[in-house]
Ligand binder design. Structure first.
Ligand code: PLP
Ligand code: LYS
Length: 439
């Protein structure tokens, strides 16, 4: 896999990211370590924004903070003029702590609790993506009590099956998310939302899945949504002001992946919306999208120290690292594939095929099966590439491992943006019981 962004191999055969030697980062901050190429996050963001500017559409690019949420990332997204998709009070809290402009925060989720909705109302978030009838009533009641009028989008399930792992496919009818178009719930939801006086119905939202490689699903989504809106128009005279097409733009993790470029996604979406709306002589809507992975995925690299190496003659060599499914659950959860290199031997040719194991008490805790690397030794630093999305954000403390630190690197400078958890952090919420007399 070619290296992305500012990642290079220097004269000593060391991997460098943002002008920083990965070996020195590992020494200074310890491992496992998430390293983010700040320039690449900014570049990915700008590619979306610039493509939309060229299209002439009014737009919002809302970074889906579920892909990687921390205060520094929310600050960066704000600086890049992105909006922010949050899906829980925790993500909202992080954004608020970062000082993210609240009018550009969009609140998602299929089961927003009363507490979460109260917090969002208190903060005056820019928009609620209402997912179901329960939420619609709850939000309306709370908004009435607070005497606030809120911007609302309705999430629809358009009935599209995209080519991706079933766990991350969300547009199909049989989904926990959204109002179904074909079963009539979407139509009913529009009627209900329009009748609610505390709601300003901005438009509708669809998200068809994640890690999508081509534009077909998005074109289909626009057509299905427009056909649905034609019926809405006929029955209720309502037209959307905003069309939110969600996220899901794929990235390449290994050389087997071949997603279309960011520009091509935006170009296809805007062309399709322009065509379908112009055909009907309707004013073009604002287009919102919610990229997560495609903003941060290829900007993240995880550094690990290699420890034990177990050779089973004629079968396999297990090379174990000091992290695993706790800092990257994706291989265990979705059989996701990653590429990696030895940060201290990056210019040496492959010499053996090994499998990279994590250190958790699970046979399934494997990060990479069968990867060709130079001769591996304990103490080498392994760099797993493109771990920027859904790595840190899905990390856990299984086996009471401490969540790794996160650094942003740029122009030869490394900045610690999330500290490594301490042992104290691990037991911070534990209550010690009074000593039991029998022991
Ligand atoms: C509603 C919604 N928006 C945006 C995203 C971000 O997706 P991705 O990281 O694939 O761009 C997701 C996750 O799939 C989502 O569920
Ligand atoms: N967490 C998933 C994607 C889910 C996207 C959120 N709806 C992944 O790592 O690929």
């Amino acid at each position: 896999m070619p290296l992305s962004g500012t990642s290079r191999i220097d004269g000593r055969g060391h991997l460098t990211i943002g002008g920083c030697d990965a070996m020195e980062l590992a020494k200074e901050f310890g491992t496992p370590l998430y390293v983010y190429d700040e320039a690449l996050i900014r570049q990915n963001s700008r590619r979306f924004v610039e493509s939309f500017k060229q299209s002439g559409f009014a737009f919002q690019v809302a970074y889906a903070s579920k892909a990687f949420s921390c205060i520094a990332m929310a600050q960066l997204a704000a600086e890049e003029n992105l909006s922010l998709d949050v899906v829980s009070s925790g993500e909202l809290y992080t954004a608020l702590q970062a000082g993210f402009p609240v009018e550009r925060i969009h609140f998602h989720g299929n089961n927003k609790t009363e507490e979460e909705l109260r917090m969002a109302l208190e903060a005056n978030v820019g928009c609620y993506v209402v997912d179901n009838f329960y939420e619609m009533e709850l939000l309306h009641d709370l908004a009435s009590t607070a005497n606030k009028r809120v911007n609302v989008m309705l999430r629809l399930t358009p009935g599209i099956e995209v080519h991706t792992h079933e766990y991350i496919s969300t547009g199909q009818e049989d989904s926990k998310f959204g109002f179904g178009v074909s079963d009539g719930q979407a139509m009913q939801a529009i009627q209900h939302a329009l009748a609610k006086k505390q709601f300003n119905l901005l438009g509708i939202h669809v998200h068809i899945g994640s890690q999508i490689f081509d534009t077909t699903g998005f074109v289909q989504a626009v057509r299905i949504v427009r056909a649905f809106l034609d019926r809405v128009h006929e029955e209720m005279g309502y037209e959307v002001q905003v069309l939110n097409l969600g996220g899901g733009f794929g990235i390449s993790y290994t050389s087997e992946d071949d997603p279309v470029a960011i520009e091509a996604f935006v170009e296809t979406i805007t062309r399709e919306v322009a065509a379908t709306w112009d055909e009907r002589d309707l004013p073009r809507p604002e287009i919102w999208i919610e990229p997560g992975r495609s903003i941060v995925g290829n900007a993240g690299t995880t550094l690990y120290t290699i420890g034990s190496i177990k050779e089973i003659p004629g079968i396999r060599t297990y090379v174990a690292v000091d992290g695993g499914m706790t800092d990257n659950i994706r291989p265990a959860l979705y059989q996701a594939k990653y590429d990696a290199l030895l940060a201290n031997k990056a210019s040496l040719p492959p010499a053996e095929t090994v499998s990279i194991a994590g250190k958790c008490c699970e046979s399934g805790d494997m990060l990479i099966w069968d990867i060709a690397l130079p001769k591996v030794n304990s103490g080498d630093i392994l760099a797993v590439l493109s771990t920027g999305a859904y790595g840190y954000s899905m990390a856990s403390n299984y086996n009471r491992l401490r969540r790794p630190a996160v650094v942003f690197v740029q122009d030869g400078e490394a900045e610690l943006v999330v500290e490594r958890e301490t042992y104290e952090d691990l037991i911070r919420k534990d209550r010690k019981r009074a000593v039991l007399s029998q022991i």
